[in-house]
Design a binder for this molecule. Sequence first.
Ligand SMILES: C[S@@+](CC[C@H](N)C(=O)[O-])C[C@H]1O[C@@H](n2cnc3c(N)ncnc32)[C@H](O)[C@@H]1O
Length: 247
Amino acid sequence: MRHAARHPARIGPYVRRLVRDWRLRRATGDDHVAYYRAVMRSDTARNPNGAVGTASQERWMALGELQFSYLRSHGLAPSHRLLEIGCGNLRAGWRFIDYLEPGHYYGVDISPDILLAAQRVLVSHGLQHKLPHLCVVDNLRLAHFPDAHFDAVHAHSVFSHSPRHVIEECLTHVPRVLKPGGFFDFTYNRTDGTEHHVLREDFYYRPGTLIALAEARGLTATPMEDWDALPHKQSKIRVTVDGGGRS
Ligand SMILES: C[S@@+](CC[C@H](N)C(=O)[O-])C[C@H]1O[C@@H](n2cnc3c(N)ncnc32)[C@H](O)[C@@H]1O
């Protein structure tokens, strides 16, 4: 109520989202992936750039550049194979595709609608010859990928939309597909107070919770503190299998 009083202009959009999400939750039950896929369908129909969190083209370009330049300066090389989890409409993905050798970019997402938008972005940047792999997934078990295939795994603004069991599934299965010395970077909504969610769309975690989930699987989790200095609200953690990820 205090938040609403401080930001009255946000009340209308929030109520519309509340009603829309209630309807989608009724249709999809307890299945978070089905629910969030329906959210993405609704948001993508309105504006694919808005569906990934940056409605204006200018912000969409800036957020992609931020992700790309950070990952390139923190270990990504053109010869690497990169898996992007929750690739959306290739906000950063088109830059990764452009940078990496042909066939070295793999993007997965739960939303067929945003992957169709991703294909349009690929075409608009003339990157067909880079032959990226884009596929829709139902879960994060990554079962269709071979062992030790990826040098890097990247998930930007995905755990911020994920309940704990989805994050646990991801942390359980990413290590199998990482090469020795590879790394997994993810962002999340950080809270230093009580963990919570908003409409089961946005989830807030304490860093210690995510670090403990990684460590429980024998992984090393390192907060990327220089990321926090950049103009982005989420925090970032790098996970490595043996503590020896390239930097
Ligand atoms: C905020 S968007 C970010 C997209 C992209 N990472 C970027 O930065 O532009 C979140 C994306 O993650 C996808 N997503 C959400 N939960 C997912 C899950 N459990 N597995 C795979 N993709 C997921 C959504 O469909 C959406 O495309």
